[in-house]
Design a protein around this ligand. Structure first.
Ligand SMILES: [Zn+2]
Length: 428
């Protein structure tokens, strides 16, 4: 599908370009230097409201570069890493909280059957482990949290709240029981799919590759039901547009998009279309704008600057309202970042730009953290009321499940039978 071409220059972008031409100031400098007044306002906002980003892949960077070994001095997180995230730059970027992605990729062969045993679930546990150990090791600056109350407490104590999110149902082996255990291990959101379809839903990537958008499967609502009961945030980044619509019809809790932008501004299927933005407003959820250049401007990713990201923020605010927009940079998950947003130290510049474009302090407080904290708090409330009603954990399984480790022979042990039981076990 060829995306429609977008107008490359907004009014604001055009003015900046004009200014650059007339004054011979390089465009880059004109774009990245915030006006001192806005910078001051941004600083005050970030001192008093936690900036909580929806998605950062530092744990995966640790896996790739050190096999998750963080005690041997080879990952100087406190003085500076080579990637886009480390402690000095998180501090400079005024981060108040971060959802660390405990990401493991889809099977490399897209034709891998859904029930095919993989290492994804073990590897996900390893990523949960390393993210939690990182927060423990740097506990002077980071605070591991699994509740929004803890997130607020971390900010009050001057620490960066550290929360965990899983990026795709394949990571829990398409199993609701495994999802439940990942929640108990600390994961507080799960993206319903990553770049592969799974037992629950269709991914944006497979639709982009030409497959039909089938939305959720008939097993999908069971997953959402359990996530709602547990109080796990339902993340709709990476899912297809029809999956977004289907999930929004069944979820009892508000949804999040941990790192997605606006489809009307850039016609990439990873972005959120306007009809879904309106439904997210009704659902009281939040879309956390991502900085990945090819999502921000699918037609001309090399041209993307901080101004283009601002455009997405304002579009979502216009269609869904300032109560439903947030930030989800995807640092260390991409090397495609806009000019002016090269690493985690740049958030204050983005906030200054949003103020410069006319947002009020109140609107910006919602954008940086109040909205995601509200969504998380509401998700907890929904869970409490479901649990109070006596709802049991969901034990349904995907109908294609092969039960590789179940008993080969039927045992009547737990089933009342007449006559002597024929005790046949498959595990002796
Ligand atoms: Zn992602």
């Amino acid at each position: 599908m060829a995306p429609e071409r977008q107008s490359l220059l907004s009014n604001a972008g055009f003015l900046v370009s004009l200014l650059a031409l007339t004054s011979l100031v390089p465009v880059h400098a004109a774009i990245t230097t915030p006006h001192p007044d806005y910078a001051k306002r941004a600083e005050h906002i970030l001192k008093t409201t936690p900036l909580i980003d929806g998605h950062n892949d530092l744990p995966y960077a640790l896996r790739r570069t050190t096999h998750n070994q963080i005690y041997n001095g080879k990952t100087p997180f406190e003085t500076g890493l080579k990637g886009q995230t480390d402690l000095p730059r998180l501090r400079k970027g005024r981060l108040g909280g971060q959802f660390w992605s405990v990401y493991i990729g889809c099977p490399s062969d897209p034709n891998t059957p859904i029930d095919f045993p993989t290492y994804a679930t073990r590897d996900t546990l390893e990523q949960i482990d390393v993210a939690r150990r990182l927060a423990d090791k740097y506990s002077k600056d980071l605070m591991y949290c699994d509740t929004p109350a803890c997130a607020k407490k971390a900010f009050r104590q001057g620490k960066i709240g550290s929360f965990l999110g899983i990026e795709g149902g394949h990571q829990v082996g398409n199993s609701i029981a495994a999802l439940r255990q990942a929640f108990y291990a600390g994961a507080r959101y799960m993206t319903i799919t990553h770049n592969c379809d799974n037992a629950w839903a269709t991914a944006a990537s497979t639709v982009r590759a030409g497959k039909p958008d089938l939305g959720m499967t008939s097993f999908g609502p069971e997953l959402i039901k359990e996530m709602n009961r547990l109080g796990m945030l339902v993340d709709l980044s990476h899912v297809s547009h029809q999956t977004m619509r289907d999930v929004l019809k069944v979820t009892k809790a508000p949804v999040m998009f941990s790192h997605s932008s606006a489809y009307s501004v850039s016609k990439h299927l990873r972005n959120v279309p306007d009809d879904v933005l309106k439904t997210v407003a009704e659902n009281n959820g939040v879309v956390m704008v991502t900085f990945v250049r090819s999502f921000v401007n699918v037609d001309n990713p090399d041209s993307v600057t901080i101004e283009d990201v601002v455009k997405h923020i304002f579009h979502i605010a216009k269609v869904a309202g300032w109560d439903h927009v947030g930030l989800g940079g995807d640092y260390d998950g991409t090397d495609e970042l806009p000019k002016g947003l090269e690493d985690v130290s740049k958030y204050p510049d983005l906030i200054a730009k949003v103020l410069e474009h006319g947002a009020t302090d109140e609107q910006v407080r919602k954008l940086v953290g109040e909205n995601i904290l509200r969504v998380w708090t509401d998700t907890e409330k929904v869970a409490k009321s479901i649990q109070k009603s006596g709802a049991l954990p969901v034990e349904e399984v995907w109908q294609g499940r092969n039960w590789t480790q179940s008993l080969a022979k039927r045992s009547p042990v737990f089933i009342p039978t007449e006559g002597p039981a024929n005790m046949e076990f498959g595990c002796d």
